[in-house]
Structures are given as C-alpha cells and as structure tokens.
Ligand binder design. Sequence first.
Ligand SMILES: *[C@@H]1O[C@H](CO)[C@@H](O)[C@H](O)[C@H]1NC(C)=O
Ligand SMILES: *[C@@H]1O[C@H](CO)[C@@H](O)[C@H](O)[C@H]1NC(C)=O
Ligand SMILES: *[C@@H]1O[C@H](CO)[C@@H](O)[C@H](O)[C@H]1NC(C)=O
Ligand SMILES: *[C@@H]1O[C@H](CO)[C@@H](O)[C@H](O)[C@H]1NC(C)=O
Ligand SMILES: *[C@@H]1O[C@H](CO)[C@@H](O)[C@H](O)[C@H]1NC(C)=O
Ligand SMILES: *[C@@H]1O[C@H](CO)[C@@H](O)[C@H](O)[C@H]1NC(C)=O
Ligand SMILES: *[C@@H]1O[C@H](CO)[C@@H](O)[C@H](O)[C@H]1NC(C)=O
Ligand SMILES: CC(=O)N[C@H]1CO[C@H](CO)[C@@H](O)[C@@H]1O
Length: 593
Amino acid sequence: MWLAFLVAQVFVALVAGGAATDALLSAVQNTDDCPSCLALLGAFQAIALTGDDAFTAEFTSLCIGLGAADPDVCTGLTGFEGPILAHDLRSINTTGETAEKLCDALLGMCLTHPINPFTVPFPKPPPSNPKKFVSRGRPPIRVAHLSDVHIDRMYTIGSEANCTKSICCRDFADSPATPTVPALPNGNSHCDSPVSLADSLLEEVERLNPQFSIFTGDVVEGATWLVVESEATTDLHAFDEQMASKLTAPIFPSIGNHDTAPVNEFARTTSNTANNSQFVFDTQSAGWERWIGPAAAFQVDHNSGSYWAKVPGLNLRIIAVNTQYWYKQNLWLYDSDVVQPDPNGIIAFLVDALQGAEDAGERAWIIGHIPLGKEDTMHDQSNYYDQVLQRYINTIAGQFFGHSHKDQFEIAYSNYSEQTAANAVSVGLIGPALTPTSGNPAFKFYDIDPDTFSVMDSSVIFTNISDPEFQVRPTWGLYYSARETYGPLVGLAPDEPLSPAFWHNLTEVFAVNETAFQMFNTFLSRGGAVTACDADCQNNTICDMRAFRSQDNCDIPASGFQFRRRSTTSHEHGACEGSGLAHLLSSMVEAAK
Ligand SMILES: *[C@@H]1O[C@H](CO)[C@@H](O)[C@H](O)[C@H]1NC(C)=O
Ligand SMILES: *[C@@H]1O[C@H](CO)[C@@H](O)[C@H](O)[C@H]1NC(C)=O
Ligand SMILES: *[C@@H]1O[C@H](CO)[C@@H](O)[C@H](O)[C@H]1NC(C)=O
Ligand SMILES: *[C@@H]1O[C@H](CO)[C@@H](O)[C@H](O)[C@H]1NC(C)=O
Ligand SMILES: *[C@@H]1O[C@H](CO)[C@@H](O)[C@H](O)[C@H]1NC(C)=O
Ligand SMILES: *[C@@H]1O[C@H](CO)[C@@H](O)[C@H](O)[C@H]1NC(C)=O
Ligand SMILES: *[C@@H]1O[C@H](CO)[C@@H](O)[C@H](O)[C@H]1NC(C)=O
Ligand SMILES: CC(=O)N[C@H]1CO[C@H](CO)[C@@H](O)[C@@H]1O
C-alpha cells in the first residue's frame, strides 16, 4: 500500500495532475477484472478525446512514473503506438464488444466471448469425387524451414550484453560506459541475432542443399521502441539480399508481426487513415519476386502481403498468408464497433487460392507467421480459418508457422469435441527461431513425399550457444529427428508419413509417458532455455497441442489478473507479445498494485 502511495507521489510529481490524470491513475490502480478494465479504457478515452499528444504524454508519464519500463522504452513505444490506441478509443464504445476484445488483448481480461457466427463463403461445394494423391514411394525431397531470425544490424561486439531491455548487445543511449558482460561476436541469449549468425544459418541451409525453403517471418529485431519505417525497410531489404546471396534454391517467405513499424501494427483497409503497412508490402513484393515470380509479387503488393505461388517443377502450391490481421496485438483491429469478419480479405484470398489449387489438381501448403491455435489469435478469425481448412482438407497437405520461437505443433480435428486420431485432419508445424533469445538457434529440415507432399520426417538442426566454439564459428548439427525419436513411441510404420493421426497419437504418449513429455519440453528450446513443466503445465501443453483453433486452447485466464501466471502455466505465451504497448500497460497495472 505504501508502495502504491509512493508511486502515486512520483506520478503526481511527473504530471501536473488534472482531474483526468487522477481518474486515470486510480483506474490503473483498480484494474483487476473485466469491468475495471473497461473502466480503465473509459478513463483513457476521456484523455484520447483531447488529442493524440495529450494521450501520448499521459500514457508515457504514467509508464515512466510507475517504472513499467526504462524511460526510453516508455517514450518510444508510446510515441509509436499511443496514437493508434487513442484512435481506437475515440472510435468505439468503451463498454461494447470491441472494448472487451481490447481488454483481452491489452491485459488478458474479458476473454470469454462467444464466436461471432460467420459462414465463410465458398465458390464451390467440396468435390464429390476428390482427387487422390498417392505416394509412389519415390525418394523424398528436402525442404528447409527457417523462422524468426530477428537480425539486429546494430549488434555491437563489446557492448553490454546484460541490460534491462528486451534485447541487449548494442550501444543504447543509456548503456553503461563499461559493460559488465561484453557482447561476443556470434550472439547471446539476451540479444537478437548478429548478422554473422544469420550468415552462418544460411550457409548451413545451403550446405544441406534443399530443393526449396520456407521462411515463416520476423526479420526485424526486438528493440521495438526504436524501430521506425526506415529501419524496418532496411532490415527487410537486407535480409532479402542476404538470402539471395547465400541460397541457390527458391525460398517462399511470409511476413511476421515484427516486420513493420510500429511493431504488430497493420492497418485495416477500413481504418480510413494514411497509416498502414503498404511500405512492407512494397518492399517484400520487390524483394521476393526473384523467388515467387511476378504474379505472386503483384499479390503481395495488392493483398496486404499474402500471395500464392507454384514451386518450380512440383505439383505444389504455396499459399502465404499475412496472419497479422488475426493477431490480437494488432491494435488497428479495434477501431470500430462494426464486426469485420475478414479484415483486408485475407480469408477470402486463402479461399480463392485453395479453390484454384483444387481446380488445378494441385496440393497446397499454407505458410504464415502466427499459428492459429494460440491465445494471441482472435477466436473469430481462427474459427473462420478452420472452416476453410475443413472445406479444402483434401487439398491442404501441410501448414507451417513460426512466432512462438519454439519447436511445436498444433493439431486440427474434424470435430473438436472428439479429439481422436481418426478425427485429426491437419497439423500446423511450428519452426524454431534463429534468435538466441529463447533457446539455441535452430531451423527445421523436412523430408517430403514428392507425390503427396506429406511430411515423412522433420529434423531440427541447431547450434549450441554455450559451446565455446560458437563464438569462433557456430557449428550446426542434427538435434533430433521426429521420425527416429517419436516414431517408435507410437509404432509408426516405415512408409507412413508424420500424419495428423501420428501427431495425435504422440500427444496420447505425452499424456502418460512423463519421460517422453519432458524430452519434448527440452526440445522446445533446443535444450537452451528449458523451463520446468509440472503436471498442470503438462496438461495445458497437451491441450494446446490439440488446438489448432484458438477457441479450443487451454490458455483462457480463469478471471482477473492473469498475465504473470499465464507465462508459467503453459508454453503458449507468445514470444513477441512482450514487445508492444500491451506489455507496457500490463507492467503499469502490475506496478500500481
Ligand atoms: C455501449 O455498449 C453497451 C453494451 O453493449 C450498450 O449498453 C450501450 O448502449 C452502448 N452505448 C452506446 C452509446 O452505443
Ligand atoms: C545481469 O544483471 C543482473 C542485475 O541487473 C544481475 O543480477 C546478474 O547477475 C547479471 N548477470 C551477469 C551474468 O552478470
Ligand atoms: C462431435 O463429437 C461430439 C462428442 O462426441 C458428438 O456429440 C457430435 O455429434 C460430433 N459432431 C459431429 C458433427 O459428428
Ligand atoms: C493412432 O492410434 C490409433 C489407436 O491406437 C491407431 O489405430 C492408429 O493406427 C494410430 N495411427 C498412427 C498414425 O500411429
Ligand atoms: C517413454 O518414453 C521414453 C523416452 O522416449 C522411452 O524410452 C520409453 O520406452 C517410453 N516408455 C514407454 C512405456 O513407452
Ligand atoms: C551445449 O553445450 C553446453 C556446454 O558445452 C552443454 O552443457 C550442453 O549440454 C549443450 N547443449 C546441447 C543441447 O547439446
Ligand atoms: C487435463 O485435466 C483435465 C481436468 O482435470 C482432465 O479432464 C484431462 O483429461 C487432462 N488432460 C490430459 C491430457 O491429461
Ligand atoms: C494514428 C496514427 O498513428 N497516426 C500517425 C500516422 O503517421 C503519421 C506520420 O508518420 C503520424 O504523424 C501520425 O501520428
């Protein structure tokens, strides 16, 4: 209590406290459930109505006054994202459904909304006699899956590697003159990837000679309070050129939530404001054309970053979707009380691309950044995506994502009330990150049947940042093969693929075999940042493996103030969640207690 009093004094000293300011501080202190969170939005709305500058100033002083983050982080992030939140608050009823969703996004409160019913329109009914894709037992093709490289082009050898920000290893304005832990050449677990580490990754991928690669997003580093449009553009362009210079086979990339400025923010076409991420789509349309071709490059530019392209020489269509329009931390999704089932038409684009594949007798893979089953994907859009998945299940041979930085999978069922091997219809494979911030740097390598495009094996290749040689020259090696390690646990037959039923049966093993589950738990971070997972956590983690639809995961906060708990009760805490305005507000509410 005296701490709150002290904090209030600091705060009053910082801002010349008017009535709105006092009301705001008291609303922050009182926030611990859905109604009080809505009241907080009301207090913020009163300030937003007086203008962006006032809103940003109040939010920033509160952030600094409560010690929610370093002052430069408070100032930078609020300067970028504050005006978007203010715009939202001026546009909505602060006790309506959009406000409740905003409370869920910002503070994990008011989550339990029923799905807004929406039937995704399909151009044709499912074919009565669907094409059969049959394996001829030919040798597999090899595909590399890279994700979350987060390259820090300002990484500075010798700078402070142990700082109080989300990433270290650069010369920030408030860095100490003499570092306590100097940054070494090839990376540190408190820092995003130096360019040399990304070079090393790409050289290893090239050495393994894949037929093609996929990249599931997040190029830009995590000093989000400093990332402006020019830096994001430079970073995206530089990685496109880096991949082009190192890889001879084509790469099919997708856009991540960090690949814009401000972080997470992709405006809807209905937002009626000049701010959008068109610069990202322009940059990547030009940067990716060499691999995806001119027609797909045109789509990137005109379909908010999504595209489809045939893999040369294969009967496989890659469909890349911009998942950020379904992402709770995209604050542009809260600027209207009118329910918009398909922001920027990404779901319609996906349907179109899948219908095209079905008509052409092609198989399809869907790639994107954010997997659909986690707590950070909007329940509505995840539900609508699931309708698309069920409709085109005969065409879709694989789904690949990143974002969590962990080596994971999520299973989709034809009936989520009956989660059985027979009902498992698809699986989303999630690629581990290059950035060392959440474990050892890694990527996946798949063996793919060239007739069915099913995954025959999934191997994780990693480099060990704790190995002293790592700082001289990272060496990469096989961490594990899913077929070798998990196959015997479920009795996988030699020529069977790693099917959705296989992954389901593996979850059954994880539920009863503690040793096997703990092995998975270690694999999540490639043995680099292992967190203990007790029986509750194990139960939630298995539940989440069985939820490709986010309404079915087990990350629903019971009630009230949950974000501290959320990060320890399962593994579904988004790796990038901590980098935006929501993180500041959570820390403010926590500090004010
Ligand atoms: C705001 O939403 C609440 C709850 O849905 C509703 O009762 C109220 O009438 C709305 N206010 C306005 C001004 O639309
Ligand atoms: C990093 O800094 C924290 C405090 O800021 C300290 O507790 C910790 O020991 C430091 N770690 C190293 C490796 O110096
Ligand atoms: C889904 O499973 C539930 C529980 O077993 C069952 O009651 C329901 O009929 C099933 N739905 C369909 C469409 O099969
Ligand atoms: C999964 O388990 C079921 C029930 O034990 C079994 O019938 C099925 O063959 C298994 N499928 C795979 C791919 O392991
Ligand atoms: C449990 O998993 C471990 C580790 O994979 C394996 O060695 C062991 O045989 C499994 N136990 C059973 C009963 O299947
Ligand atoms: C990484 O290297 C360290 C130090 O040599 C070692 O203790 C650790 O077991 C290694 N981790 C893995 C996953 O190989
Ligand atoms: C998780 O816990 C619930 C409730 O106690 C139980 O019904 C369920 O079977 C458990 N799931 C697993 C996979 O252990
Ligand atoms: C609502 C919002 O974020 N508006 C910003 C759009 O971009 C311009 C130029 O960068 C800013 O000045 C606005 O504040």
